[in-house]
Design a protein around this ligand. Structure first.
Ligand code: ADP
Length: 485
């Protein structure tokens, strides 16, 4: 299938360095394929450590002028970038669907969501305030905020657009420059964003995209180069830990959005229909491949059977299909490897005693399709309780008391998103405060937007993205003492 775009120049396959499209020094490329069909869509330029080091130098030089620019000017440029993304939603979504697999309607949703970070930080960047502190008569103590410096970003394939704008927008708004290594599965969305950044007038060197078949070469340079002052990463916890270690030698600031093991806690007193709807959206969005996807459904014993019945009725209505099929509600997972990992988790759970209510196996539609799955007869002793599934598989656990639910929710090294369904006000507060998560959705699972601080605790990471807090991550606090007044 040929990718049809209104504007074919959005399909870029070279690296974007200092405002120019270039190949890697060695002239190497790597293939990007469509997970729905296995077809290779493009060969993309691959860069290594040396190109990364040069980009860092250029980004550092570009920042000198950018940080001095009036915040309103930076804002105008970000706003233009936002507008161009919105104008090109259809093409950006098509590029995303073809390289990532998600249905086109979901891809369009992500493009809008991604653009919202640019608009938000275009505004927030104008409101970077300092402080004048109470001081003795002969001196004044002042606090100013300054851009943290050159930012390196590494992003995953599950949100090939929004995970980039979420980092680039606050970095640029704060006065920083940024170089990005997108996931090798989905570099085309990143490169299309770069083309629009160029058209929007983002000055050369401020936003650079470094696709590579060797994440460790680019990541190694990004983390060891002293000119990079901050690393922002979204991805798995093991790689996040590795990158934090690599950043230790140059004491870089880091923001880490890592893995999750989100519980959806559904109490007997919940609005059942609302809970079913919330769990469906949270579990199966992007075919279960988001770090805030419901990973464990914890359902109280009195409502358990009714919940499973309604939930499975709804899941059986899903229509698995290619992202471009109009009636597809859910697409493939990202790769054959991802599919094998998901299936191994399910088969392992079944061996340990889980019951498959629906799904439980790869679909015959193609190499990367997995049937939406529900498992019952699972418990907290099984390995599936502690694993990040990252696929369309919902294990439904049973609990008796509120205390038990809180203990089960907290029995994980992760702490990103969590969800609670109950109509009891006291319980809402007790549970929200008692569970160790960066984000709690109460009777709601669609919790993310540009306005809120997205992020986790424990081994789910550190730092926040979006909201006024997200800008702080790109700013240094400087204290100036004026004496002898
Ligand atoms: P996932 O399992 O979701 O692919 P990863 O953490 O492996 O999660 O990948 C997230 C991002 O981290 C991707 O851009 C990937 O290329 C990058 N990455 C993986 N390994 C390394 C590494 N050793 N150094 C730097 N980046 C890496």
């Amino acid at each position: 299938m040929k990718l049809q775009l209104n504007d074919s120049s959005l399909l870029q396959t070279q690296a974007f360095i200092n405002g120019e499209w270039v190949n890697g020094d060695a002239g190497e490329t790597f293939p990007v394929s469509n997970p729905a069909t296995g077809e290779v869509i493009a060969e993309v330029a691959s860069v290594g450590a040396e190109e990364t080091a040069r980009t860092i130098d250029l980004a550092e030089a570009a920042m000198k002028e950018w940080k001095k620019l009036a915040p309103a000017k930076r804002s105008e440029i970000l706003e233009r970038w936002h507008n161009l993304i919105i104008e090109n939603t259809d093409d950006l979504a098509a590029i995303m669907t073809v390289e990532q697999g998600k249905p086109l309607f979901e891809a369009k949703g992500e493009v809008m969501y991604g653009a919202s970070y640019l608009k938000w930080f275009a505004e927030e960047g104008k409101r970077i305030y300092g402080d004048v502190l109470p001081s003795p008569g002969d001196r004044r103590s002042i606090v100013i905020k300054q851009p943290v410096g050159v930012v390196a970003a590494i992003t995953p394939w599950n949100f090939p657009n929004a995970m980039i704008t979420r980092k680039a927008a606050p970095a640029l708004a704060a006065g920083c420059s940024i170089l990005l290594k997108p996931a090798a599965e989905t570099p085309l969305s990143a490169l299309a964003l770069a083309e629009l950044a160029k058209r929007a007038g983002v000055p050369a060197g401020l936003f650079n995209v470094l696709p590579s078949k060797s994440a460790s070469l680019v990541g190694g340079e990004m983390t060891s180069n002293a000119k990079v002052k901050k690393l922002t990463f979204t991805g798995s916890t093991p790689i996040g830990k590795l990158l934090m270690k690599q950043c230790a030698d140059t004491v870089k600031r880091t923001s880490m959005e890592l893995g999750g093991n989100a519980p959806v806690i559904i109490f007997d007193d919940a609005d059942l229909d609302l809970a079913v709807k919330g769990a469906l959206v949270s579990k199966y969005r992007n075919s279960g491949q988001t770090c805030i996807c419901a990973n464990r459904l914890l359902v109280q014993e009195g409502i358990y059977d009714k919940f499973v019945e309604k939930f499975s009725e709804a899941v059986k209505q899903f229509k698995l299909g290619h992202g471009f099929d109009d009636d597809a509600t859910h697409g493939p997972v990202v790769s054959k490897k991802a599919l094998a990992d998901i299936d191994a988790i399910v088969q392992n759970a079944v061996e340990q005693g889980a019951n498959v209510v629906t799904g439980g196996k790869p679909s015959e539609l193609g190499n990367c399709f997995y049937e939406p799955t529900i498992l019952t007869d699972v418990n907290d002793k099984m390995s599936i309780f502690g694993e990040e599934i990252f696929g369309p598989v919902a294990p439904v656990f049973k609990f008796s008391t509120e205390e038990e639910a809180i203990a089960m929710a907290n029995d994980t090294e992760f702490g990103l998103a969590s969800y609670v369904f109950t109509e009891n006000l006291g319980r809402i507060w007790r549970v929200s405060e008692g569970i160790e998560y960066g984000m709690v959705g109460v009777n709601e699972t669609a919790i993310s937007s540009e306005v809120i601080p997205f992020g986790g605790v424990k081994e789910s990471g550190q730092g926040r993205e979006g909201s006024k807090y997200g800008l702080e991550d790109y700013l240094e606090t400087k204290y100036i003492c004026m004496g002898g007044l």
